[in-house]
Design a protein around this ligand. Sequence first.
Ligand SMILES: Cc1cc2nc3c(=O)[nH]c(=O)nc-3n(C[C@H](O)[C@H](O)[C@H](O)COP(=O)(O)OP(=O)(O)OC[C@H]3O[C@@H](n4cnc5c(N)ncnc54)[C@H](O)[C@@H]3O)c2cc1C
Length: 484
Amino acid sequence: MDEHLPGTQARRAGELPRPVRRSGEGVSIAVVGGGFTAAAVIAALARSVSAGLTLQVFEPSGQLGKGLAYGRSNAHQLLNSRALNVGLDPTRPRDFIDWLLANDWEGAATSAGGGSLEASFVPREAFGRFVNERLLTGVAAHGDLDLRLFAEAVTAVHHRTEGFDLTLASGAHFTADIVMLATGYGSRRSAGGHCGDVYDESAYEGLPQQGSVAFLGTGLSMIDGLLTLRRQGFQGAVTAISRRGLLPRPHARTAPTRFVPDLAGVASMSAILHRLRQATRQAEAQGEVWQSIIDGLRPHIAGLWQALDGREQARFLRHLRAYWNVHRHRVPPQIGRKLEDEVRSGALRLVAGRVSRTHPLSEGGLGVIYRPRSTRLEFEERFDAVFDCRGTAPDTGGVLERQMVAEGLLRRDPHNLGFYVDATGRARDSIGAPADDLFALGPLGQGSLLEVTAIGEIVAQADRAARHIAALIAARRGRHRGIG
Ligand SMILES: Cc1cc2nc3c(=O)[nH]c(=O)nc-3n(C[C@H](O)[C@H](O)[C@H](O)COP(=O)(O)OP(=O)(O)OC[C@H]3O[C@@H](n4cnc5c(N)ncnc54)[C@H](O)[C@@H]3O)c2cc1C
């Protein structure tokens, strides 16, 4: 069982005296949300900010560091990233590998994928434990860090002359100098009435072993659901429907070299595509795989995205995003082979089409009404169960988010994928200026940065945010001493 961080035995807000804002050289930070992004930012703050820190973390589940991705219901699934490419500290690239070795995960990891530990795809459970342990040691190593976890949702954040007031669902109030939003995919809601949630184990109960199941969506969440079904012995037919019916591509068998394409000066999607095709041909001529181009591009994506104007960004989202996603967000090769077998044997049927409605049928089961791509006809099919895997987008319409937008603290990006932020995660208010005391981190910045949902990008952003805060505190100290 995971050990609790000091102060993180989650409590209701009313059980503790109301914390006061730090005075002097310390800073109090409210972290809203307790998933992986929160863990990354807490770890980054603990190692970057030497001043006194009060961290108040608000997470309704009362669990810190797991969130949607590394919670218990996914524990057996594999990470979609190689072990060497994940961690919690960008300055220690082998940290997770060392942890796996020290904790006897090597055998399990390499037998799951073959090859070296560095190149293997390990269970998410291992990563969740690593995160918990590193948080524990990081927080303990800081001489003056007070971390408290409150098992409640934040419903409002108000800017005051100095800092912020936060209101919780219970009506309790807190104050903080800095607010860091890490609400990711929002509070978990049922996917749509009668549709099941792939990450809720009870949704698989009572399914006939030879029955029929539909997944709405053909991405990574659908694959998680399909693997869970098969693991539970489900032998029936599975249909997965998405606009283009594309499955995520597999990683290369061995870790590819990162090949950085030359994209200097390109300002349109067609120019980027042209250069990428060129770079792929060059890389392949040198014996490289296409995956090396995508991996080489990763650190440059936010810059490329921001260099495109709104119209080009919208074109990308409309026409290319689905293709980009299946190449960028890949599955381990062994999962790729399983999917190939599923499709080849007919056990998994992929449908390109648009789902218009699902509804319960009087004879039992659910009807799915969809229109196959490039047709005007609608079809209806019956399934024993339907799982909706279409929505892992940030929740920009929650109570808190709407209130913050209405007060001009946050601004939705023009594609409504999240909020306006800079690469550090600083929120841009309604007139576009970045705020030094309000951050919207991780998936919340999808529309501004395009790729900020994977472990590597989240950890890098959390590190930048923590260093930024450390620099602000140092500057404030300098001013107090009359040297600023
Ligand atoms: C199933 C899955 C598998 C993944 N696997 C990989 C992988 O193998 N490799 C990789 O690089 N990336 C992976 N990712 C991507 C990445 O790790 C996630 O994007 C990341 O977990 C995002 O975490 P988060 O904390 O921002 O969001 P979430 O996990 O959604 O956590 C947000 C938390 O905020 C809380 N919250 C919401 N609203 C409020 C509120 N108003 N007040 C208080 N709390 C609130 C929620 O309860 C929730 O716990 C995966 C993602 C998923 C979903």
